[in-house]
Design a protein around this ligand. Structure first.
Ligand SMILES: O=C(O)C(=O)C[C@]1(C(=O)O)C=C[C@@H](O)C=C1
Length: 383
């Protein structure tokens, strides 16, 4: 045996021993989580999924990892790795407490699917839905324990169909967590060269997020909207398989996530065509409850007050006077009266914080004031 081989053998034996210990500890952790689940079951209907507790665990471990690396002068294991490892461990533990079904805007491989797996790991059952409305329906009907929906892109703005579903007062769902996902778009096509592409298919959000790239590289192509990026790839594959129809599959391109390479035969011809390289989309996890306070939270709400001059100032002043930071404000037509709007507002803090609760009560008491708290949830970082 050579020197190198001998050294590797020795190190691999040590790694095997550590892996045994790690596995034993994960199994020990899982048994503790199962006991937490039993205690919750015996005590009534406390939710099994507690986003605030998960956020506290991960925040604590990220800080511990950074401190340990600093103290030992070792190279730090990345935050993304710690996050991914613990999401997976907690997801597996949660599944021992209660089986989870997570609905998302499908098909498999969409950005919503990636956001859902980042939050819940590989263990739950995933339920792809063909529309955002169906994601809400599945959660409301209890066929899915939670749902994951896109809410806004940092550069393209609000996902308005999601906001309209939240504005529907008949809907009985709450936001319990947010996921921020870094988004990269790629171009897939059977065309021999960019000059041969006549049609570009994708969901309206990616088409918007690649607007400048499209204007400079495919200025004459017609843009065609699909219900999701993966559905766009399916449309081209279906046209290819049928060999007929209105679409010439050899002249079509699709914009979407890397996962299209797993979901279709379409060749990837151009990577990272998003106009902004820190492109990020924010998703909400929806369920039948929101999250307890984690120490660093946001609260989302939809509100309106009497239609008169200064309406917006009136709304915001209840937060401003209490020093509560607004992280987002978005208006949507009320769809009840012409030129009347509802406002989507995100603030820093939890709805149980005294100041946030007082601001909410004050808005409610204003003439014609209406406010629906969509949920409080732990602040997340882009992944
Ligand atoms: O602490 C709890 O309430 C648990 O259910 C345990 C646990 C965990 O594995 O740590 C699992 C799921 C919850 O979402 C949060 C934490």
């Amino acid at each position: 045996m050579g020197d190198l081989e001998e050294k590797l053998n020795e190190l691999r034996i040590a790694i095997d021993a550590v892996d045994d210990e790690v596995l034993d500890l994960i199994r020990k952790r899982a048994q503790l989580a199962a006991q937490v689940g039993e205690a919750k079951q015996n005590k009534g209907n406390a939710p099994f999924y507690v986003p605030s507790r998960e956020a506290s665990i991960i925040r604590r471990l990220l800080a511990r990892n950074a401190d340990a690396a600093h103290a030992s002068h070792e190279t730090k294991i990345s935050d993304e790795a710690i996050h991914g490892i613990y999401r997976e461990i907690i997801g597996a533990c949660l599944a021992l407490e209660h089986p989870m079904t997570i609905a998302y805007l499908g098909p498999e491989g969409t950005f919503s699917h990636t956001a859902a797996t980042r939050q819940f790991g590989a263990t739950p059952k995933y339920l792809p839905c063909s529309s955002l409305e169906l994601v809400f329906d599945e959660v409301e009907a209890g066929r899915a324990t939670y749902g994951v929906v896109p809410v806004e892109n940092a550069f393209e703005g609000a996902v308005t169909p999601t906001l309209d579903l939240f504005a529907d007062m008949e809907r009985d769902v709450y936001i319990c967590a947010e996921v921020q996902l870094s988004i990269h778009h790629h171009l897939f096509t059977y065309a021999e060269s960019l000059e041969d592409i006549d049609v570009v298919i994708s969901h309206p959000q990616p088409l918007g997020q690649c607007r400048d790239w499209l204007a400079s590289h495919l200025p004459n192509a017609q843009l065609m909207e699909s219900s999701s990026t993966i559905r766009g790839a399916q449309i081209v594959e279906e046209a290819k398989a049928s060999g007929s129809g209105a679409l010439d599959w050899q002249k079509c391109a699709v914009i979407g996530p890397y996962s299209i390479v797993d979901q279709s035969d379409l060749p990837l011809v151009q990577r990272n065509i998003e106009d902004f390289h820190d492109n990020t989309t924010r998703f909400f996890v929806i369920g039948k409850h929101d999250s307890p306070a984690s120490g660093e939270d946001k609260t989302s709400m939809v509100m309106s007050i009497k239609d008169e001059p200064g309406v917006l100032h009136n709304l915001i002043s209840s937060f401003a006077t209490r020093g509560i930071g607004l992280t987002r404000i978005e208006s949507r037509p009320s769809k009840k009266k012409l030129w009347e709007y509802v406002f989507f507002v995100d603030v820093q803090g939890h709805r149980d914080d005294a100041e946030v609760a007082a601001a909410i009560a004050e808005i409610q008491a204003k003439p014609g004031g209406f406010i629906k708290v969509l949920g409080s949830y732990p602040v997340s970082k882009p992944l």
